[in-house]
Design a binder for this molecule. Structure first.
Ligand code: ZN
Length: 295
């Protein structure tokens, strides 16, 4: 079962709906970073948020979400591009967080209950669009819904969930977004609020085998729901390369490079995908020569 998103419209275009399944992508994140369960759930929810936001991207566009909270995870980053490539990281993914009293993973305890959510939409213009809002719970889905409401002024219902199995591997991940377009009347809002409280949680729906399409029909079929466009496939995919990482080495400055050359080699790890790039003494000397040549 591949990861993908679907979108559609309901209530004569007054409600925009998006649903995603992200099982493999979140599994790949967990595997690459060896993340502990609570960090996996937290970053998975943020990746679901990025995936949902990617539904409106045009060619060349990219969206990045960052959470900087006061919890032990440090920074959480997830980004998605117009092709459906997703990636992300947590600064400290190897922190043990005790479960909540109800037995669920305590995402808010890792993220922190105060902090900021930043959204950067890079749409190929000179300046990217920056938006931000305060965290209201640290549970991520509520924080993202709050961001839509206050920063983008679009009333939204957003759910994101990740189920992590006992062995630490995520067994499912996904979410849905319902947004009210201008002119949506009170009745539609009341209907959505009631409907969302009636349906099972997002992880329960995915666990029972519902597809993203099924989930949208479950939510808004009564509002004359119609799918729009085709499925968009999603995957974990980083855009790093040895050349890009060499650029980071160069930006450290000549003194740092000389120090690495004295050590005989260097290994640079990509934050996003944990891929390691090895640079030999000869490669480092070449970088240094290029740096000096450009002065
Ligand atoms: Zn990478």
């Amino acid at each position: 079962m591949c990861d993908y998103l679907v979108r559609g419209l309901a209530a004569q275009g007054k409600v925009r709906a998006v649903a995603v399944r992200l099982n493999n992508t979140v599994r790949e994140y967990q595997h690459r970073h060896g993340a502990f369960p609570t960090a996996t759930a937290a970053l998975g929810r943020l990746m679901v948020s990025a995936a949902v936001m990617s539904s409106t991207l045009k060619n060349g566009d990219k969206v990045t979400l960052q959470i900087v909270g006061n919890g032990p995870f440090g920074r959480l980053v997830a980004d998605a591009n117009w092709l459906g490539d997703l990636r992300g990281y947590v600064t400290n993914p190897h922190v043990r967080i005790p479960p909540r009293v109800d037995g669920k993973l305590d995402v808010a305890a890792g993220v922190g209950k105060t902090g900021m959510l930043y959204v950067i939409r890079d749409m190929g213009l000179k300046e990217p669009y920056y938006g931000s809002s305060s965290l209201i719970s640290g549970e991520i889905a509520e924080d993202v819904a709050y961001y839509f409401a206050v920063s983008e002024q679009v009333p939204s219902v957003f759910a994101a969930g990740v189920l992590v199995a006992r062995n630490g591997i995520p067994s499912n991940a996904g979410g849905y977004l319902l947004q009210l377009m201008p002119g949506a009347d009170e009745e539609v809002i009341t209907f959505l609020e009631r409907r969302v409280s009636q349906v099972p949680s997002i992880t329960a729906m995915l666990d029972s085998g519902l597809s993203p399409e099924d989930i949208l029909y479950e939510l808004v079929d009564d509002l004359d729901f119609q799918l729009v466009g085709e499925r968009k496939s999603l995957r974990f995919q980083c855009r790093c390369s040895k050349e890009r990482l060499a650029g980071i080495l160069l930006s450290m400055g000549e003194q740092e490079l000389e120090e690495l050359i004295r050590q005989g080699q260097a290994e640079v790890t990509c934050h996003f995908c944990a891929e390691r790039y090895h640079f030999s003494r000869e490669e480092l000397e070449e970088l240094l020569a290029n740096a000096k040549g450009e002065e």
